[in-house]
Design a protein around this ligand. Structure first.
Ligand SMILES: Nc1ncnc2c1ncn2[C@@H]1O[C@H](COP(=O)(O)OP(=O)(O)OP(=O)(O)O)[C@@H](O)[C@H]1O
Ligand SMILES: [Mg+2]
Length: 228
């Protein structure tokens, strides 16, 4: 699903990432761990095509991101990537259901009737059938993240990227949300890469990867201080 080769990324003069080689198989569920500042979000942004690499290649689902223009990467992202953020980013003036309708309609997916059914199915699946008409401010943080997960997954993108999706939730809610994310991605055969700080939550994943295993720039403990 993901093949990275000789990937390099710097901010200004500061090199952040050098990944000689990293692959993630189709359907794999990977927890990505590492200290603050080691480049986890930067790597996710590169995988999602939000940022462009300085050198090297990123191939996702058979498409080579690194040779695409910014516009082509945007198009690629809307079709192939589901993004789950720490801070949900729901539109406050729209209800939960409208947030999802807006995301689906903007992609012109199917008839209105089909979209309505699909949305209802997803709300039911995440246990929020009774909360569809609430505004984000009327939902708990865990419920808001469920809605945000629907928005990210309802197009069934082949690759889901989650950047500390439980980072702002209490432990019990975090563990439920992480479990749900794993279940949903499995049910729809999506590949999942999740950044987390939490070792216990990472243990829920079949595969865990430490950034220092793949990012050559933080392989030497002595160099860590430079990056943080
Ligand atoms: N837009 C930017 N311009 C300059 N430097 C940046 C930029 N974004 C990130 N950095 C730096 O790049 C390094 C990696 O940042 P990144 O956000 O990828 O880390 P992270 O592993 O996600 O950290 P955290 O766990 O705190 O979220 C940090 O040193 C950060 O200060
Ligand atoms: Mg980060």
């Amino acid at each position: 699903m993901i093949t990275i080769q000789q990937l390099k990324k710097s901010y200004g003069q500061q090199p952040i990432l050098y990944l000689p080689q990293w692959t993630v198989q189709q359907g794999e569920q990977v927890a990505l761990l590492g200290p603050s500042g080691c480049g986890k979000s930067t790597l996710l942004h590169l995988l999602g095509g939000v940022l462009a690499a300085d050198a090297g290649s990123i191939t996702i689902n058979g498409q080579t991101l690194s040779t695409m223009s910014e516009a082509a990467r945007d198009e690629f992202r809307s079709k192939h990537i589901g993004y789950v953020f720490q801070d949900f980013y729901l539109i406050p003036s729209l209800t939960a259901k409208e947030n999802i309708e807006w995301a689906l309609t903007s992609q012109e997916r199917g008839s209105a009737m089909k979209r309505k059914q699909l949305i209802e199915q997803w709300f039911e699946r995440v246990g929020l059938s009774d909360h569809m008409n609430r505004y984000p401010s009327q939902l708990s943080r865990g419920q808001q993240q469920r809605v945000a997960m629907i928005r990210a997954l309802i197009h069934t993108p082949p690759l889901v990227l989650a950047d500390e999706p439980t980072g702002s939730l209490d432990w019990e809610t975090a563990s439920h949300i992480m479990q749900l994310l794993l279940e949903l991605s499995k049910e729809h055969s999506m590949t999942l890469v999740t950044v987390t700080h939490d070792l216990h939550l990472a243990e829920l994943y079949p595969t865990t990867v430490q950034m220092k295993e793949i990012n050559e720039l933080i392989k030497q403990p002595a160099q860590k201080g430079v990056l943080v």
